[in-house]
Design a protein around this ligand. Structure first.
Ligand SMILES: Nc1ncnc2c1ncn2[C@@H]1O[C@H](COP(=O)(O)OP(=O)(O)O)[C@@H](O)[C@H]1O
Ligand SMILES: [Mg+2]
Length: 246
């Protein structure tokens, strides 16, 4: 499946989430390609840090800030991978538009703050445009850096219903040092020592909601059917289970 993590707003956690998801795929033994569509190349830099520390599994990562190049490369190379995760920059760039027309699923992280909620209008507009050429594009908004508790999370989640282009995915990632620390070291939260079981569980739940057709039936099954029709079974199922051995 091709997953794009995008938002026209910067600093919402796109790269952190894209990197965590890509690494979790790799840990589960999935053949994954991380595509960095941001000129700032934060995802590529994080993968370079991972590479320098010789951390296994290694991650295939390419950087295309030009939209035309991103589109043609993803169309040509994606069939060679089981999973593609695209991270695009925080503005209405050609790479973002290109990603929207090649992706199966779009994940839009946003924080429970007014500016983030207002900015959803921009990405909703782009989704509408992309759907005129890309039938079946699924788009989800997910809360990142959610507050430990309180009404702001609920209000932000409710605001998504104003945008029919976006479905609210009830699988928030809370503001946790583990996410920031792991991504900065080119790691996913499951690899941190000491670990943060809550961060790990949130990432697991997000993966289950994004990839599995029936996320609530994933636990304990011997195989799961994914949103793109592919089936995941055996050891690779561990990316959807609560305990992630690394
Ligand atoms: N869930 C989270 N908890 C704590 N810090 C986070 C979380 N998600 C992202 N961050 C931090 O927020 C900042 C912006 O994240 P980043 O992934 O670079 O955003 P973007 O790619 O959207 O610009 C980074 O410093 C990152 O470490
Ligand atoms: Mg980024």
């Amino acid at each position: 499946m091709i997953l794009t993590v995008a938002n026209t707003k910067g600093g919402v956690g796109k790269t952190t989430i894209a990197l965590n998801i890509a690494i979790r795929h790799a840990i589960a033994g999935r053949d994954v390609w991380l595509v960095d569509g941001d000129r700032q190349a934060t995802a590529s830099n994080a993968v370079a840090v991972r590479c320098e520390s010789s951390r296994r599994p290694s991650i295939a990562c390419s950087s295309f800030s030009d939209g035309g190049q991103l589109r043609s490369q993803v169309l040509q190379q994606a069939p060679k991978f089981e999973e593609v995760v695209i991270d695009v920059g925080g503005r209405d760039s050609s790479a973002l538009r290109a990603a929207l027309v090649v992706t199966d699923v779009l994940l839009v992280p946003f924080q429970p703050r007014s500016y983030d909620v207002w900015a959803l209008a921009d990405i909703a507009q782009l989704i509408q445009e992309a759907r005129s050429v890309r039938e079946g594009l699924q788009a989800f908004a997910v809360l990142n850096c959610a507050d430990p508790s309180g009404g702001d999370n609920r209000e932000a989640a409710a605001a998504v219903s104003e945008y029919p282009e976006l479905a609210y995915l009830d699988s928030p990632l809370h503001r946790r040092k583990a996410f920031a620390n792991a991504a900065g070291a080119g790691l996913c939260v499951s690899e941190l020592k000491p670990g943060d079981p809550k961060a790990d569980a949130e990432l697991t739940q997000l993966l289950r909601h994004l990839y599995v057709t029936d996320p609530h039936a994933a636990n304990g099954d011997s195989s799961v059917t994914c949103n793109d029709g592919s089936v995941i079974y055996g050891d690779q199922l561990m990316m959807f289970s609560r305990e992630t051995p690394v």
